[in-house]
Design a protein around this ligand. Structure first.
Ligand SMILES: Cc1cc2nc3c(=O)[nH]c(=O)nc-3n(C[C@H](O)[C@H](O)[C@H](O)COP(=O)(O)O)c2cc1C
Length: 190
């Protein structure tokens, strides 16, 4: 049975480190013949969340992309020890899209692997705790295993690959854990 994995980057910055990380992770999954795709959240024209606004069509499109995947990988920039506003805004909008009564959120029972990259030594590790809390609130199954890539400006070669073999191995191990989690969920829900 094919496994669909969606990889999202939480940055809209040109030359984003997290976009590079997202693409690298997507490529690792594609090389293993999983059905993986990378989406740029900045392609979704979502206003700043306001509960007075009608639900934008783009929020429904994003929520459906999330709902239709078996697992989610997020590359999350760290802003002031937390997640970036683009990502928080997109997650909040997507959380307003009701899937059905039994499974109210697109994220429900979705296995999630959290990753980050930053120029700092900690690699955006602190922000992942906040992201974990957000995703857990909407029914996501967030892996214990997570990846924070430090010294981000030196972390990728010109082709966008991770240069440090140790980090690459950690990324592969995290993605393997994600697939195990997805298969566990599929075993009890299908
Ligand atoms: C408002 C703001 C706050 C930031 N706070 C942190 C931080 O807490 N920790 C950190 O490691 N980097 C921090 N940074 C640096 C970002 O990690 C860096 O800009 C990184 O390149 C962002 O990810 P991106 O390249 O994917 O856009 C901050 C940057 C900005 C603009």
């Amino acid at each position: 049975m094919s496994i669909k994995i969606l990889v999202l980057s939480g940055s809209n910055r040109t030359d984003s480190l997290n976009q590079k990380l997202a693409e690298t992770l997507k490529n690792i999954l594609s090389d293993k013949e999983f059905d993986a795709k990378c989406l740029r959240l900045s392609d979704y024209k979502l206003p700043l969340f306001n509960a007075d606004l009608p639900l934008p069509v783009e929020a429904e499109t994003l929520a459906n992309e999330i709902w239709q995947c078996d697992g989610l990988v997020i590359a999350s920039p760290e802003y002031n020890g937390s997640l970036a506003p683009l990502l928080k805004n997109a997650l909040d909008w997507a959380s307003r899209v009701k899937i059905d009564d039994e499974k109210p959120y697109a994220f429900y029972e979705k296995s999630c692997y959290l990753t980050a990259c930053s120029p700092g030594a900690l690699g955006g590790f602190r922000g992942l705790k906040h992201l974990r809390d957000v995703l857990t609130s909407v029914g996501g199954l967030v892996l214990n295993n997570q990846l924070a890539v430090g010294n981000g400006f030196e972390a990728f070669d010109d082709a966008g690959n991770l240069v440090d073999e140790r980090i690459k191995k950690m990324a592969v191990a995290g993605l393997d854990d994600l697939v195990v989690s997805i298969k566990r969920v599929q075993a009890v829900t299908r």
